[in-house]
Design a protein around this ligand. Structure first.
Ligand SMILES: NC(=O)c1ccc[n+]([C@@H]2O[C@H](COP(=O)([O-])OP(=O)(O)OC[C@H]3O[C@@H](n4cnc5c(N)ncnc54)[C@H](O)[C@@H]3O)[C@@H](O)[C@H]2O)c1
Length: 362
């Protein structure tokens, strides 16, 4: 088999039930547990396994260490008719971001645009699930977050900036798909290095430097005192600074290297987010907007291909295709990942993955 891992396929509903049962057993409300499960399992469905349910052990460790409050409920303050502020109160980032986007969408429905800043939050996983929330409501969106130091400022060797994803989206038209761009400003997301470590795999030598500042393909060396490399040099580090200005400086949350990472058990994350929803039919009818999105989609995917390229994809298309396949076939995990998740189930005395009790509401 040439060392290729064998995969265990898990149905997305079973995966969601499992997440909910672990979180509810940890003191999280059913509603918030469902929101976390939605975001995590959507990442696994879209092939963004670096931000899927394998994140649970670190989240649960944060609860056990008393640095993430499982019972926290995000609160909302309306600042102006189009601006709201959410305080995550150091609970999960998922419900805080979900409430912020829900509020931004409501504001945009009547006033054209809605903007929400989120403070004292935690990691919200894959940004695309919040972009999808806006797409499902027929809205365009911006979804920004800051994150813990992993990247140097361009020219530096000190971990200072987060690998903070910049994400945005727009509904698609007839015969096209929604536009969903969700990208980390690093050559690769740090979660991909954690995934390689979990799976005993090497990483490409262009992703990170080791503690001595040398390129490495060893995930341990990259994670142990190394730094991630920004994509496009100063442009990538500029985008990471942009995420910190909008999500950290503006919100009142930690910034300038002050966010605590999800794998660091020493203190609360204090992550900030910045979300905007925009009504697409502000300058023309919705039909016209959608027709233009369809034109753009077809123009992009049918443009002339460079040598060696079989197909040109629209942003979010590869993930959408993966989602369709995984909805039908299940989500592939390696046994070591399943074992790590079932260990959490044992600790919390809930059913193993695939054996969780069926809940009417899911
Ligand atoms: N919450 C956090 O703090 C945090 C931090 C880092 C990363 N993340 C998440 O990690 C994930 C991974 O980020 P990434 O930058 O490694 O993603 P990626 O490089 O796999 O994809 C980035 C974007 O490029 C598009 N894309 C990829 N290949 C394409 C192709 N061949 N043609 C057209 N478009 C293509 C994708 O659709 C996506 O929108 C994201 O979902 C991000 O939200 C979260």
């Amino acid at each position: 088999m040439g060392g290729l891992p064998e995969y265990v396929h898990v149905n997305h509903r079973d995966a969601r039930l499992f997440v909910v049962s672990l979180l509810v057993a940890s003191g999280v409300s059913l509603q918030n547990a469902k929101t976390v499960a939605l975001g995590l399992v959507q990442a696994d469905l879209r092939g963004v396994e670096s931000h899927g349910i394998n994140r649970l052990p670190s989240y649960l460790a944060r609860i056990r260490n008393g640095i993430l409050d499982p019972k926290a409920e995000p609160t909302l303050t309306q600042i102006t008719p189009v601006v709201a502020q959410v305080d995550g109160h150091n609970g999960f980032g998922f419900p805080a971001a979900h409430l912020a986007m829900k509020t931004a969408i409501e504001m945009a429905k009547t006033l054209g645009i809605g903007m929400a800043s989120v403070k004292h939050s935690n990691h919200f996983g894959m940004s695309a699930w919040i972009v999808q929330q806006a797409v499902d409501a027929g809205m365009m969106s911006l979804v920004f977050t800051n994150s813990s130091p992993a990247l140097p400022a361009w020219g530096g060797k000190e971990k200072l900036l987060g690998v903070s994803p910049i994400a945005c989206g727009a509904p698609g038209g007839e015969g096209s798909i929604p536009f969903i761009l969700d990208m980390a400003p690093s050559v690769a997301a740090r979660g991909k290095i954690h995934k390689a470590k979990r799976r005993g795999e090497k990483i490409p030598g262009v992703w990170a430097l080791d503690a001595e500042g040398r390129p490495t393909n060893d995930p341990d060396k990259a994670l142990d005192g190394g730094v991630m490399l920004p994509m496009g040099g100063p442009k990538g580090s500029g985008l990471a600074i942009m995420m910190d200005v909008f999500s950290g400086v503006l919100s009142g949350s930690a910034f300038a290297g002050g966010v605590t990472g999800p794998y660091d058990m020493s203190q609360p994350g204090d992550v900030g987010h910045f979300l905007v929803a925009i009504k697409p039919d502000l300058f023309m009818s919705m039909d016209e907007f959608k027709g233009r999105m369809t034109t753009l989609y077809h123009r992009v995917v049918s443009s002339k291909k460079m040598e060696g390229v079989e197909r040109i994809y629209f942003p979010g298309e590869i993930e959408l295709l993966t989602e369709k396949k995984r909805l039908a076939e299940g989500i592939p995990f390696v046994q070591a990942e399943i074992d790590a998740l079932n260990k959490e189930a044992e600790l919390l005395k809930v059913g193993k993955i695939g054996e969780s009790l069926r809940l009417e509401c899911l």
